[in-house]
Ligand binder design. Sequence first.
Ligand SMILES: Cc1ncc(COP(=O)(O)O)c(C=O)c1O
Length: 386
Amino acid sequence: MVTMSDIMENYPRSGIRVMFELANQYPDAIALTVGQPNFDTPDFIKEAAIQSLKDGLTGYVSNGGLPELRQAIADQYTKRFGRPFTQDNVMIAAGGMEALFLALVAYLNPGDEIIVPDPGYPNYLGQIALLRGKAVPVPLREECGFQLQPEDLEKAITPKTKAVFLNYPSNPTGAFMDKETLYKLAEVVKKHNIMVVSDEVYEHIVYDGRECFSMAQIPGMEKQVIITNSFSKTYAMTGWRLGYVVADAQLVKLMPQLQEALVSCIPGFIQMAAIAAIANGQEAIAQMVTHYARRRDIMADGLNQIPGFHCFRPQGAFYAFANIKSFGKTSLEFAQELLEKAGVVCVPGSAFGEMGEGYIRSSYANSDENLIEALRRMDTYIRSAY
Ligand SMILES: Cc1ncc(COP(=O)(O)O)c(C=O)c1O
């Protein structure tokens, strides 16, 4: 019998899976687990894809992506950052996931260390493991609004550090990064000459008049920050698998050859739909964000009214990360209890790293009715049991 690769045998297991599998046994439970918009892709985007299929765009296209889409993305960044971007700064990828992978392949040699947020998006760990790197968690503390602190970053850096992952607005915490802290982090990054992979897939989903500011906007950081982004959350296009990298042209130039060996190219008709999304998507984004903002209020206010819960008020993305330490249980035990006794599925914070212990994540990308009913069930159970 041929032995399996050590990656296959030791690949980090997802703590989110455990809850999914358990939840299958409770068909009436309300799932607050999904990390995707509860909206359908807007019709005009679908129609652009259909039209493109009818026009015959069904073959291979260039490895780096359609020039028109790369240019459309470059134009958005030129406008937003106030400095020129061209299609040479943009690489089209299979979702934010492949964009992250390309950013990692660009810098990671086996044994290199990559600093990852804790709590943070678990797939970072899987990708780093695939490339035989070492993930080094850096704590994000609730008392600091879950914003990475410069002194914590500095402590995590060693001579083997290649890069740090930033993810704001954040999954799972819903935190936003303020400009002042970002400038201080940039100082640390410059001092130690490491790369930053800035995962900005939730950049458009922000509340209370906030506007995302990227570390790549800080003068002097242009070559040191790789932005990864995606159409998944912004345009409710998770199933289309479309994302992109925005980075220094010298780096982006080498990415198409990696794509050749991975998936060759992203389907042309999907890229045509993305061009339509950029051209005409502003209103659709604004409408979805209005709904998310209302649901953020329902969720955060509702959780904070349950005795023993303390929920950080999400500033972006669509997750509420509630502190449940007062119950004295592990987050997995507590999530199981909520499932079995209250009929509500949340993700245990421990699925996002050691620092996530003592929290549960609830996605509010769900209908108002479901959120209100889920909160009612949790409130009733907690008041009767504790
Ligand atoms: C923080 C973060 N980064 C990246 C992704 C991946 O996005 P995509 O669906 O575009 O691959 C997700 C999806 O949940 C996410 O939460």
